[in-house]
Write a protein that binds this ligand. Structure first.
Ligand code: GLU
Length: 446
């Protein structure tokens, strides 16, 4: 790494002790910027990169609530408003026991460049809580969301900060959060949250967008290799919102998804995952993925406690969580003949995994490019809310597809122009960075 970038990274390590995921995300970005700082010394001189690495605002708050047994529970809430050079802070909320400041900062940091790549006017932020929704009743989920919003409401707004969902936060939670915001403020401010239900200000395709978008992106990658999804074997990790709709789109494009997973294990279904059943198990019944194999009888088997990446495939779509593919699993993918990896989750591949895949000639699409369809469609939801309009499914999906193709092409063109042809990592980092950096220069030292 260049000396000035190295010193920025050292400062990140010193000022953010213990936040390993944030260090990892920052290193990955900085590592791509070497050709940029030598061509554009103005970014170094105006300390743009140093400013970018320090969140504009970090909010940490107590979330007290009462569980079904009458006991008081205390969780911790976060909102990191990382960068607003391009628009209001935008990014999801994650409810998961692993959430701490380092996770929220890594996600918020990635979100800046992802949102920039969409070409839409949104800054970067992220939030969440260490609340574990697993095993909680409907009433507990609602009370937790209300308690969380009772503090968060004062920090957000259509022109300030617009949260959405992420792991553990879907339409149900957005509903309770929006309800509490409306109750506290006495304002029906649709544009304050995205991922809303279709009858109360939500947008068509938002639910499907991250998964669909990842597959649209992977499809463009396959085209550059002179091939397509048709007849290909695909493995998808996870079985949440991203995984389900990625599986749906792969099947539509002629691919066969043979396995998907949850944190307990994975299911293999050689006939191709039955997406309708997967939705029923995960979205309606909210059960573990093993229930999918039970329902399919002999046609599917459940494997507990192992990684889904041991299942051979042509195309891998990691759609579960950060650092789920390490160097060894990446080597297994390569050995099994995988040629494309597109990240539906945020940072699911470790730096080791990315190195192994790249060295083996696998096309690797990083999350900040490949999974940008979710937040891009959130920005389309904001547009519809601002104009009190709602678009059809077909029109919205067409916009999403255009945006994904645009991001794909921009990554490749940028990588080319900086002498790193074919690198989606370099292309995404550089293109995402330059747009934010130029806006920061224009807005002065703020
Ligand atoms: N959580 C999603 C992401 O990682 C979506 C955020 C949004 O729609 O604001 O990009």
């Amino acid at each position: 790494m260049d000396e000035s970038l190295e010193s920025v990274y050292d400062e990140i390590l010193r000022r953010n002790p213990g936040e390993t995921e944030f260090h990892q995300a920052a290193y990955e970005l900085l590592d791509s910027l070497r050709p940029v700082v030598s061509r554009h010394p103005e970014y170094t001189e105006a300390a743009v990169i140093r400013r970018l690495c320090e969140p504009e605002r970090q909010i940490i708050f107590r979330v007290p609530w009462v569980d079904d047994s009458g006991a008081v529970q205390i969780n911790r809430g976060f909102r990191v408003e990382f960068n607003s050079a391009l628009g209001p802070y935008k990014g999801g909320l994650r409810f998961h026991p692993s959430v701490y400041l380092g996770i929220v900062k890594f996600l918020g940091f990635e979100q800046i460049f992802k949102n920039s790549l969409t070409g839409l006017p949104i800054g970067g932020g992220k939030g969440g809580s260490d609340f574990d929704p697993k095993g909680r009743s409907e009433g507990e989920i609602m009370r937790f969301c209300q308690a969380f919003m009772t503090e968060l409401y004062r920090h957000i707004g259509e022109y300030t900060d617009v949260p959405a969902g992420d792991i553990g936060v879907g339409r149900r939670e957005i509903g309770y959060l929006f309800g509490q915001y409306k109750r506290i403020t006495n304002r029906y401010e649709s544009g304050v949250l995205t991922g809303k239900g279709l009858t109360w200000g939500g947008a068509q395709v938002r639910t499907e967008a991250t998964g669909y978008g990842t597959v649209f992106f992977a499809n463009e990658v396959l085209k550059t290799r002179g091939t397509s999804f048709d007849g290909k074997t695909v493995v998808i990790s996870g079985s949440g919102n991203v995984a389900i709709y990625a599986a749906e789109k792969v099947a539509e494009l002629g691919g066969r998804v043979v396995a998907c997973s949850d944190s307990g294990g994975f299911v293999v279904d050689e006939d191709g995952i039955d997406v309708a059943l997967l939705k029923e198990v995960k979205e309606v019944r909210r059960e573990r993925i093993s229930a999918y194999a039970d329902e399919r009888g002999g046609r599917s088997r459940y494997v507990a406690g192992e990684s889904v990446w041991t299942v051979p495939c042509d195309i891998a779509l990691p759609c579960a969580t950060q650092n789920e593919v390490d160097g060894d699993l990446a080597a297994t993918l390569v050995r099994n003949g995988c040629v494309v990896v597109a990240e539906g989750a945020n940072m699911p591949c470790t730096p080791d995994a990315v190195r192994v895949l790249t060295e083996a000639g696998v096309s690797f699409a990083p999350g900040k490019a490949a999974n940008a369809g979710g937040v891009a469609t959130s920005a389309l939801e904001m547009q519809q809310n601002a104009s009190r309009d709602s678009w059809s499914f077909a029109h919205t999906e067409e916009r999403l597809a255009e945006i994904m193709v645009g991001i794909h092409d921009r990554c490749l063109e940028t990588a080319d122009s900086y002498g790193i042809p074919g690198s989606y990592v370099a292309g995404a980092n550089i293109a995402g960075f330059i747009q934010v950096a130029d806006a920061m220069l224009a807005l002065g030292v703020i």
